[in-house]
Design a protein around this ligand. Structure first.
Ligand code: F6P
Length: 345
């Protein structure tokens, strides 16, 4: 058992439903074990600047159902500047933190991995609506995002049918098509396009025409924001990069709609679901997963399991090395996509 009196907790990267249940669980479990908790504001930025808030039972009361993160978040990468890494280390010491719980996706956990390798007492909690982290069956936020997207696709059906239109739904998913696949399959999409597979426009149009030949005068096409017509040809909102080198994706829906309309002659419109997928209340699944992750993270801290991340394997919450989770991404596999394809066209 590690001698832990005080822990810090931070949330980094894009927000996602389920973060507050994790923070609440960390605080509740830690306090029940006699450990003090400090909230670090806005991800790694708060450790660079020593921007903190004390957390107690009152601060986490009534937040289990709230989306977003009460701690705020940012895409700060301290490893871009050695001075920032030094500040992070100095502030962990100055704040007398015996451990740090870092809740985040590939970027935040990448920083956590590096800090743990440098000997700092860090434990990770995986988060992303994209569900693309390895070493965990699911990340919280994904279920909520998928359900929001599914409900939106349900709504597209009636308007598409009334107007005899093709409706393209652009969903999130930078590298992996999990949201597109789940929301599309659940919402009865007529084609699903994901970053793992090049967009074969002739096949998409053939599927739409096949439906028309069955007197189906509307179609719903779901496309992940990271899907490409050709390798490396992502559609971006602009050329700006964040601190981890990512561009802001957006616009593939428009490009796809134009291509479909040109080739089929059918009126094609786009609906970009965007940040709505990340906002609002988490589903019961995400609340419970976040809660189990938070409690387990404190157990790992108490056991001195530095460099480990909590993970869902089957129905169990287990510990895995953080670095394994960020080594490669969990992409949609062929077998799963083949099931979705049965319903194309
Ligand atoms: O990583 C999750 C994610 O939702 C991606 O799918 C998306 O590209 C990105 O975040 C967008 O984040 P933001 O708009 O906050 O920069």
């Amino acid at each position: 058992m590690a001698n832990v009196k005080k822990i810090g907790v931070l949330t980094g990267g894009g927000d996602c439903p389920g973060l507050n249940p994790v923070i609440r669980a960390v605080v509740r479990k830690a306090m029940a074990s006699g450990i003090e908790v400090v909230g670090i504001r806005n991800g790694w930025k708060g450790l660079v600047n020593a921007d903190t808030i004390p957390l107690d039972l009152g601060s986490v009361s009534g937040i289990v159902h709230r989306g977003g993160t009460i701690l705020g978040t940012s895409r700060t990468n301290p490893y871009k500047d050695p001075k920032q890494v030094a500040a992070v280390k100095a502030n962990i010491a100055a704040l007398k933190l015996d451990a740090l719980v870092a809740i985040g996706g590939e970027d935040t956990l990448g920083v956590a991995t590096k800090l743990a390798k440098e000997g700092l007492p860090v434990v990770g909690v995986p988060k992303t609506i994209d569900n693309d982290l390895c070493e965990t069956d699911y990340t919280f936020g994904f279920d909520t995002a998928t359900n929001i997207a599914m409900e939106a696709i349900d709504r597209l059906h009636s308007t598409a049918e009334s107007h005899h239109r093709i409706l393209v739904a652009e969903v999130m998913g930078r590298h992996a098509g999990w949201i597109a696949l789940y929301a599309g399959m659940a919402g009865g999409a007529d084609y699903i396009l994901i970053p793992e597979k090049p967009i074969l426009i002739d096949e998409v149009c053939a599927a739409i025409k096949k439906r028309h030949s069955r007197a189906k005068t509307f179609s719903i096409i779901v496309v992940a924001e990271g899907a490409e017509f050709a390798k490396g040809d992502t559609v971006n909102l602009d050329q700006k990069l964040d601190e981890f080198g990512h561009v802001r994706l957006g616009g593939i829906g428009d490009r796809l709609a134009k291509a479909i309309e040109e080739r089929t002659g059918y009126e094609t419109r786009v609906s970009v679901f965007g940040h709505i997928q990340r906002g609002g209340s988490p589903t019961a699944f995400d609340r419970v997963l976040g809660t189990r992750f938070g409690v387990k993270a404190v157990e790992l801290v108490m056991a001195g399991q530095w460099g480990k991340m909590v993970s869902l394997k089957g129905t169990d919450i287990v510990a895995v090395p953080i670095e394994l989770a960020t080594k490669q991404l969990k992409l949609v596999n062929e077998e799963f996509y083949e099931v979705a394809k049965v319903f194309f066209g």
